[in-house]
Design a protein around this ligand. Structure first.
Ligand SMILES: O=P(O)(O)OC[C@H]1O[C@H](O[C@H]2O[C@H](CO)[C@@H](O)[C@H](O)[C@H]2O)[C@H](O)[C@@H](O)[C@@H]1O
Ligand SMILES: O=c1ccn([C@@H]2O[C@H](COP(=O)(O)OP(=O)(O)O)[C@@H](O)[C@H]2O)c(=O)[nH]1
Length: 473
């Protein structure tokens, strides 16, 4: 087995007391600790104004993993992270053409950081390392590495949706982006729908074809493109949830709820998560089912995210306004319907809160996977499981067939599903839960990691590609 080199924008170098909020960091932390290797990416820090370009990555060892991180300049972060990654690729790939902003300055920054990463990563790579690159921030990395002679096997996993061609082609440099994907040996998506969208794009743009063995030829290179739905550490998470009586935060929260039923939502503050629509659905539910007033509490845990991007700041104001409106309208002296919390909660406490909840609300407008949905299922008490209300537009919906599926754009429909979930009889709750739990037990994060890396090990190392991928001029 060759050494694993993981590359991602976000690298959660272990620091006591700071849990990683964000599914990529959570999923990969488990996988990396189990297998060891090198994890390369951004440090999460900004360089001082006149520091110049970083010359080498900073190395730290912990639990068999070497973390190699790079500080980025303010300008690089603005253009590459906040700009091209999070104001163009993120909204577009989540089907939000209305929120995109394409600028050549941001695109140039995106390529600049990918090139910088390739130059700082190259000295760390040994000849037979398997390189696994993650997510939309780093699509051109393989092409950059190949342009300086790196012949290693390289895989890429996209954690967010791959949109249909009519949406993807809104991106002025869509052709270059897909050409960059073809520099990898294996490309993994979350769901079969993403693979289907990729296949339709390749066919319509006439850049390749699918081979009888399922692989693709794209721009003359053979690439394995498959769905590998990301999982969680299911059994570990279930065990933590079962032991959560000991967690002080969980105990205090339960006591504060009295005998009210708990409805829970856990999401980064991101417009893709459908938080505003969900709060409106809860408001409609309280209007249409007044008998539940005073008998349930909705806890929405929402750490702030990407505050430097204007669309996120706008949505922060919108959601806070909605939360205030509901509480102003429905609160009693001894009951607040919605607890809206803008901070990160540790995963042990989350596990206990999920377990105590009667309903888990996971209603993104679009999501690559959504690990919260899987964590909610893993955490349940088999003798008295809660109900998962899940958006049909989350990647997790392609696996979790026991959830109550909902269309988050249909606020009235979601309100009705909240009432149905709260009223659901125990037998139905058990039936729905057990099929989902079996699924996530088998297809856990270890399965995800193993199946992707097996595919990568079995592909032949790629010949070097001539030239770099050109940016749009
Ligand atoms: O790093 P940030 O900008 O703070 O954002 C956090 C992460 O958000 C996204 O997570 C995705 O990956 C999850 C695991 O596969 C998946 O369940 C979820 O649907 C995705 O949205 C993003 O893709 C990561 O790169 C970020 O680190
Ligand atoms: O306060 C919080 C909020 C979220 N999370 C974790 O962050 C991850 C979010 O992943 P998901 O795939 O649901 O969405 P993403 O944020 O990656 O888009 C999950 O593991 C959550 O348990 C956490 O630890 N504390």
């Amino acid at each position: 087995m060759s050494r694993l080199v993981v590359v991602s924008n976000r690298v959660p170098v272990p620091t006591p007391g700071t849990p990683p909020a964000g599914g990529l960091a959570v999923a990969l932390s488990g996988a990396m600790k189990a297998r060891g290797g090198l994890w390369f990416g951004w440090s999460g820090r900004t360089l001082p104004p006149d520091a110049g370009e970083p010359r080498a990555a900073e190395l730290t060892e912990s639990e068999g993993v070497t973390y190699a991180v790079v500080d980025l300049s303010e300008r690089d972060l603005d253009d590459y992270y906040a700009g091209f990654s999070n104001r163009m690729l993120w909204p577009l790939f989540h089907y939000r053409m209305d929120l995109t902003e394409f600028t050549r300055v941001n695109l140039a920054g995106y390529h600049r950081v990918n090139r910088l990463f390739s130059r700082l990563l190259a000295p760390q790579i040994a000849a037979d390392d398997a390189i696994w690159v993650h997510d939309y921030h780093l699509i051109p990395l393989a092409a950059e590495l190949r342009s300086i002679g790196c012949k290693n096997r390289m895989g890429f996993f996209l954690h967010i949706p791959f949109p249909p061609p009519d949406i993807l082609t809104v991106l002025p440099n869509h052709a270059d982006v897909v050409r960059s994907l073809a520099a990898y040996d294996v490309v993994g998506f979350q769901t079969p729908i993403d693979v289907e969208n990729f296949e339709t794009y390749v066919r319509r743009e006439k850049i390749g074809r699918r081979l009888p063995d399922g692989r693709f030829v794209v721009h003359g290179r053979t690439v394995r493109v498959e769905a590998y739905p990301v999982g969680i550490e299911t059994q570990t998470f279930a065990d933590v949830a079962a032991a959560s009586e000991r967690n002080a935060l969980v105990r205090r929260t339960k006591e504060s709820l009295g005998d009210r039923k708990l409805i829970i939502g856990v999401d980064r503050l991101d417009y893709s998560k459908g938080i505003a629509e969900r709060i409106q659905a809860f408001e409609t539910f309280l209007l249409l089912d007044p008998e539940w007033r005073g008998r349930c509490t909705y806890l929405q845990i929402t750490p702030k995210s990407r505050g430097e991007v204007p669309e996120y700041a706008a949505m922060e104001r919108e959601v806070a306004g909605l939360a205030g409106r509901i509480n102003g309208t429905f609160s009693e002296l001894d009951w607040t319907p919605l607890r809206y919390v803008n901070r990160t909660v540790g995963r042990n406490a989350l596990a206990g809160l999920y377990r105590y909840a009667r309903v888990g609300l996971v209603t993104p407008l679009r999501d690559g996977m959504n690990l919260v949905a899987k964590e909610f299922v893993a955490a349940q008490d088999p003798e008295n499981p809660g109900v998962l209300l899940l958006s049909r537009f989350a990647g997790a919906a392609s696996e979790l067939d026991g959830a109550l599926l909902t269309n988050p754009y249909d606020v009235d429909g979601t309100a009705g599903s909240i009432a149905r979930a709260l009223d659901m009889p125990l037998e139905e709750r058990k039936d729905r839960w057990s099929s989902m739990f079996e699924r996530i037990l088998e297809y856990d994060v270890a399965w995800w990691c193993r199946s992707f890396l097996d595919a990568l090990e079995n592909e032949e190392a790629a010949p070097p590609q001539a030239g770099r991928i050109a940016a749009v001029s």
